[in-house]
Design a protein around this ligand. Structure first.
Ligand SMILES: [Zn+2]
Length: 459
């Protein structure tokens, strides 16, 4: 398109805007409009439009927070040769002087990271723009007013555009990152809250009872869950930004994990509620955030392969070296039962085989509309998911408290209970009577839920 044609189109688009405003004048309404200062042509791209959408959302929230009433049913949003444009009339009920409103919107611009790009205009019901008399600073140098730099041609259009595009790109990368981290950590909290709320559970603490435990109850888990939330964000942050070697990242994940554990013990009065989850979610959230940050769509295979890489050699390195000097539960179980007793380390080293065989596919199939199903149905689906895990998992919590025979028995009872409520209650009773608590499987239920939420949201 030649320059004259472009100019003509831009002028036509501006004329259209004036007409829009004139409609509101006839109705004697003041108006507020939003546009961006993009020099040159084109005035908009996909990147700019999505930035504009964010700014518009933010501005409306800001005005609402300041109790400015807009007539949103008469709002208009357009994208044409003059760029992105939004106009909305201001309610006659708004108890604010237009000058004060102009000051308010100028504060919005000033406090926004890219505020020099943003133009919020207020027109009174005679079509006169409200001005505060302040001159907007030049986007490029900030040292002079925008008008002065334009008149004196201090910068070329191209250099200003390059800076604007690169700034918007950075801004949108930060927004995307924050959204990802907030969503993932909220899914993690939701997963552990769902797990603890499944009631009753075999030998485990639930909303209804404390299973085989005497030192903790439902509220202990709520205290613990809340204390972990900030650390879920930290795991995601690490994964999202990580560019180092995967083989050396585990100590970094554990470093955050240890801080999380200390907060957990503080919140529960020294009860171990979620130590396993801290370890599993540390690795899982790191992996999920890393996969998403690389603009790759989540897949089970990508996730599992990354977990395997992170935890490569963990069973041998952490359980075998101390065979002669057993100091932890994990080492004792490994010494006694070999690979069967390698617990959660074996599970991560193999990329969560116990959940990907049946549990995650079962959730993907039955839980995708979970916001629309009733509580009894949710309970049933999550209990069945837990049973699917228990039939697969060699839970070292069970081995530690009892023996291999009891583990085998629990796995068989869990298989029977998948399709029978009566057998489920029998399994719960068996666990209670024999002081069995499949805590490892409960942790894996939380991981299954986290994975399912991510898949369902198509992150
Ligand atoms: Zn300048």
């Amino acid at each position: 398109m030649d320059n004259n044609k472009i100019l003509e189109n831009i002028l036509n688009a501006r004329e259209h805007r004036a007409q829009l405003r004139a409609q509101f004048l006839k109705q004697q309404l003041n108006t507020l409009s939003l546009s961006l200062n993009i020099p040159g042509y084109p005035k908009s791209t996909n990147l700019i439009s999505s930035f504009f959408t964010e700014v518009k959302k933010d501005l409306i929230n800001y005005l609402q927070a300041n109790r400015i009433e807009l007539i949103t049913k008469k709002e208009t949003l357009i994208l044409d040769e003059a760029g992105d444009f939004f106009i909305v009339p201001i309610s006659k009920n708004a108890k604010i002087e237009l000058k004060a409103l102009k000051n308010l919107t100028e504060n919005f611009e000033t406090n926004h990271t890219l505020g020099r790009l943003i133009d919020v205009d207020i027109f009174n019901d005679l079509g006169v723009p409200i001005s505060s008399g302040k001159k907007k600073a030049c986007y490029f140098c900030g040292a002079h007013s925008a008008i002065s730099c334009m008149r004196n041609k201090r910068h070329t259009k191209q250099e200003i555009r390059d800076l604007i595009f690169s700034d918007i790109e950075k801004y949108s990368a930060i927004t995307t990152k924050n959204n990802c981290i907030n969503t993932l950590s909220a899914f993690a909290s939701k997963a552990i809250l769902y797990e603890i709320s499944v009631s009753p559970k075999p030998g485990l603490v639930s909303f209804k009872d404390t299973g085989s435990h005497t030192d903790m109850h439902f509220f202990t888990f709520l205290n613990s869950a809340v204390s972990l939330t900030p650390f879920f964000k930290e795991f995601c942050e690490l994964g999202y930004n990580y560019t180092g070697k995967i083989a050396t990242v585990l100590p970094k994940i554990r470093h955050i994990g240890l801080k999380a554990e200390q907060e957990m013990f503080k919140a529960t009065g020294n009860v171990n509620t979620h130590k396993g989850i801290v370890f599993l979610f540390g690795i899982s959230l790191f992996s999920l955030a890393k996969i998403i940050s690389e603009n790759t769509k989540y897949s089970d295979t990508l996730f599992r392969n990354l977990v395997i890489k992170i935890t490569n050699g963990i069973v041998e390195n952490e359980l075998e070296v101390t065979l002669n000097k057993v100091t932890t539960h994990g080492e004792l179980m490994y010494k006694t039962y070999g690979k069967i007793g390698a617990g959660i380390r074996k599970e991560v080293a193999e990329g969560f085989p116990s959940i990907f065989k049946n549990a995650v596919p079962f959730l993907d199939e039955n839980f995708k509309n979970h916001l629309e199903i009733n509580e009894a149905e949710i309970q049933k689906i999550l209990q069945t998911t837990l049973l699917h895990i228990m039939t697969q998992n060699n839970d070292s919590n069970i081995l530690y408290r009892t023996n291999f025979k009891a583990l085998t028995q629990v796995k068989q009872l869990a298989k029977k209970a998948i399709n029978s409520k009566k057998d489920y209650i029998e399994l719960c009773n068996y666990c209670k009577e024999n002081n069995i608590s499949p805590g490892g499987s409960a942790d894996l239920l939380s991981v299954s839920l986290l994975i399912h939420f991510v898949k369902n949201a198509q992150l």
